[in-house]
Design a protein around this ligand. Structure first.
Ligand code: FE2
Ligand code: FE2
Length: 268
C-alpha cells in the first residue's frame, strides 16, 4: 500500500499561515510515501511568493512531485509572461516539467498544463500525451498509474468551469496508457469522480480526485482542503481533509472507496 498526500493551489502571497503550519505538522504525522502538489504555488508568480513556496516545500517530507499552475505564470509582466513564463517556477520550484516517480507499487507522472496564452484554462498537447504513453508503457501492469495536472479533467456537478484544453484527446491517450488515477486542482473545489461519466471510452474508467485550495484565503466559499490517498493494486481510498475554522484544524471527512473492476474503476 502507498500513501499519497495531495495538496494544491497553495497561492503563496494569499495564504493563511495557520493553515501552512497545520499542513507541515500533518504531513509529518501522515507519513506519506509521496507528496503531490498540483500547481498554483503562488498568487502572482512574484519572486518573494516563490521564495515562500520553496521554503514551505522544503518543510514537507520527501519525495515530492509537483506541477505548475496558471498562477505560476506572470499575468501583468507581459515580457516575462511570454518570454519566460515558467522561469521563476523553474528557478525556485523545479526545472523538471514532466516529473516521474516510480516504485514497486505506483508510477506517478506530472504533466504541465499551464500556458501563457490560454493562461486561465490551461491545455495539454499531443507531445505530452505521447510522452505519457511512452513512460507508462515500461511500467508493469499491476502497478497503479497516476497522472498529476493542475487543470481539471472533470467538474463537480452543477458548476460552470472549463476542462483542461484538449481533454478528450488527452483522455484517449491516458486510457491507452492504462492510467488509473488523475489528480488535479485549479477549481478550488474538492471533488471525486470517474472518467467514464464524461468520457465514453470502451472498457475504461479511471478515478479522478481533485482537491480544493490547501492554504489560500481564496476558497471561493469552500473550506480549505487536501486529499490523503491510500493506493493498493485493486483498491483506492480517498480521504478528504477539510479545514474546520472553529477547531483551527484540518479534520478527515468520510473516506471514499473505489475498486478495480473489469470495466475500470468503480465506486465500492
Ligand atoms: Fe488556484
Ligand atoms: Fe489555477
Amino acid at each position: 500500500m502507498r500513501k499519497l498526500l495531495h495538496l494544491s493551489d497553495l497561492h503563496f502571497g494569499r495564504v493563511d499561515l495557520s493553515l501552512v503550519e497545520s499542513i507541515v505538522d500533518l504531513a509529518q504525522q501522515l507519513a506519506p510515501d509521496l507528496v503531490v502538489v498540483s500547481g498554483d504555488f503562488t498568487q502572482r508568480a512574484r519572486r518573494n511568493q516563490f521564495e515562500a513556496a520553496r521554503a514551505f516545500l522544503d518543510r514537507l517530507p520527501e519525495p515530492r512531485l509537483v506541477v505548475p499552475g496558471n498562477h505560476d505564470i506572470p499575468l501583468w509582466d507581459v515580457v516575462r509572461r511570454f518570454l519566460s513564463p515558467l522561469g521563476r517556477y523553474r528557478r525556485y520550484i523545479t526545472r523538471d516539467l514532466a516529473p516521474f516517480f516510480h516504485d514497486e507499487e505506483i508510477a506517478v507522472l506530472g504533466i504541465n498544463t499551464a500556458r501563457s496564452l490560454t493562461r486561465k484554462y490551461g491545455r495539454i498537447n499531443v507531445q505530452q500525451i505521447a510522452h505519457a504513453r511512452e513512460v507508462f508503457a515500461d511500467v508493469e501492469k499491476q502497478i497503479v498509474k497516476v497522472v498529476v495536472t493542475h487543470h481539471p479533467f472533470d467538474l463537480p456537478p452543477g458548476t460552470r468551469h472549463h476542462l483542461v484544453g484538449r481533454s478528450a484527446m488527452a483522455m484517449e491517450g491516458l486510457a491507452a496508457a492504462g492510467v488509473d488515477l488523475i489528480l488535479s486542482g485549479h477549481l478550488h473545489l474538492q471533488h471525486t469522480g470517474l472518467t467514464a461519466t464524461r468520457y465514453r471510452i470502451e472498457g475504461y474508467s479511471a478515478l479522478i480526485a481533485q482537491t480544493g485550495t490547501t492554504t489560500s484565503t481564496r476558497g471561493r466559499g469552500e473550506a480549505n482542503s487536501f486529499n490523503f490517498i491510500r493506493i493498493e493494486t485493486d483498491r483506492i481510498a480517498i480521504e478528504p481533509y477539510l479545514w474546520q475554522p472553529a477547531r483551527e484544524k484540518f479534520a478527515a471527512t468520510p473516506t471514499q472507496r473505489f475498486d478495480r473492476a473489469p470495466s475500470g474503476w468503480v465506486r465500492a
